[in-house]
Design a protein around this ligand. Structure first.
Ligand SMILES: [Zn+2]
Length: 385
């Protein structure tokens, strides 16, 4: 695919806005002594120049990193599944090593033992849970009776739960190096993790890389995302919102397929069921602005919108969407040996990283306590609320 090596002028200001918000200091209390205000002002003045210099959006570096990750997973390592167990373990090790390199708090969870599979890899960002989160007061809506323990929604301790979970699978179907499906999604999330390590998000956030998304494991107990959703539900720590990033790199231009799939002319597509429409609309709005593409919510119930790692979380009451490239299902190399790195559009992937960063920066500040509980209570009687 032809690539542009030009910088992205429209993105620079958006990036600055994002990082300004992320780095915004806590408001000063009125009682603060004047001298302290002056000292703080002087300190800020010394910091402003270097921070601004470091927060410019470096499209070239990000595209280079995305290319390297895709090449490592799909060319150097190759297919990643039970048919190629060594490759599968190498892929997991590569992902963990990258995250560790950036100093990201990391869990490597061996949740699938039958048959044994590489781990679910989870990186956590943002504010620590409050001490009270381990023993939360019952949450009710005004005027409602206090629910008994058995009536509490599974995710009733959102202080410990991530506000947002971004996930991608790192396995492939047998015989495919899986550059688009899904080294592309892993690359986008690893790059996001690198940037978040330097500028922590305003909300608690997790990035999860899952094994066993592809058939025959999809939505079975041997799937990484199914097991992780189950584990979070048991810990009453399900996320409020989930974004699965899957097959980002082949944007395709087949007009017939686009019409058939109800896709727009954009380079990104957000797929969601009606109950996740608030998240889908919110994400689509941000991505459309940042990426200069026409991301859309597809028609409700389209068959492909459940086909990724957000599905087990949606089944448990979380809002969840699939973020993908609209050409994915028309990709001539879908699940084949020719799904190789040179087919991908790294500029779109880089803009996706930028759009997701902006989306993260826009998330409401903690605590998400009331929001989460009320969303779960309301789901079913309020469509699109
Ligand atoms: Zn996939």
């Amino acid at each position: 695919m032809p690539q542009s090596h030009r910088p992205h002028p429209p993105n620079s200001s958006a990036s600055s806005r994002l990082l300004t918000r992320v780095l915004r200091p806590t408001p000063l209390k009125p009682a603060l002594l004047l001298t302290e205000v002056l000292l703080a002002g002087m300190l800020l003045l010394t910091l402003v120049a270097p921070l601004q210099a470091e927060t410019q959006w470096d499209a070239t570096t990000i595209q280079t990193n995305l290319r390297r990750t895709v090449a490592t997973l799909s060319t150097d390592i190759g297919e990643r599944n039970a048919d190629a167990p060594l490759n599968y373990l190498r892929a997991a090790a590569f992902i963990s090593d990258q995250l560790a390199l950036w100093g990201v708090p990391l869990e490597s969870l061996r949740l699938i033992t039958d048959p044994p599979s590489p781990p679910v890899i989870v990186a956590t960002f943002g504010p620590e849970p409050s001490p009270a989160a381990h023993n939360p007061a019952p949450l009710t809506k005004p005027g409602q009776p206090t629910p008994s323990a058995s009536e509490q929604p599974a995710s009733s301790t959102p202080d410990t739960a991530p506000h947002l979970l971004l996930c991608a699978h790192y396995d492939t179907v047998p015989g495919s190096p899986g550059a688009n499906d899904n080294a592309s999604g892993v690359a986008v999330l690893l790059e996001l993790a690198r940037l978040l390590a330097d500028a922590p998000p305003p909300v608690r956030l997790q990035i999860a890389l899952f094994p066993n998304e592809e058939e025959p494991h999809f939505m079975t107990p041997a799937s990484g995302s199914v097991r992780y959703a189950e584990q979070l539900a048991m810990r009453s720590a399900l996320p409020l919102r989930v974004i699965a990033v899957d097959s980002m790199g082949w944007t395709g231009k087949d007009a017939g397929w686009r019409a058939f799939m109800n896709f727009s002319k954009g380079n990104l597509t957000v797929g969601a069921r009606p109950e996740s429409r608030p998240l889908a609309d919110n994400l689509t709005q941000t991505l459309s602005r940042i990426t200069d593409t026409a991301a859309v919510v597809t028609r409700d119930g389209a068959f492909w919108i459940d086909k990724s790692d957000h599905a087990p979380f949606v089944a448990r009451g979380c809002q969840g969407v699939l973020l993908t490239a609209p050409g994915t299902l028309a990709y001539p190399c879908l699940h084949l040996g020719c799904d190789t790195p040179e087919k991908l559009d790294y500029k779109t992937m880089e803009m996706t990283v930028h759009g997701l960063l902006e989306f993260i920066a826009q998330q409401p500040s903690p605590p998400p306590h009331r929001d989460h509980t009320e969303t779960l209570i309301d789901s079913g009687d309020k469509q699109g609320a």
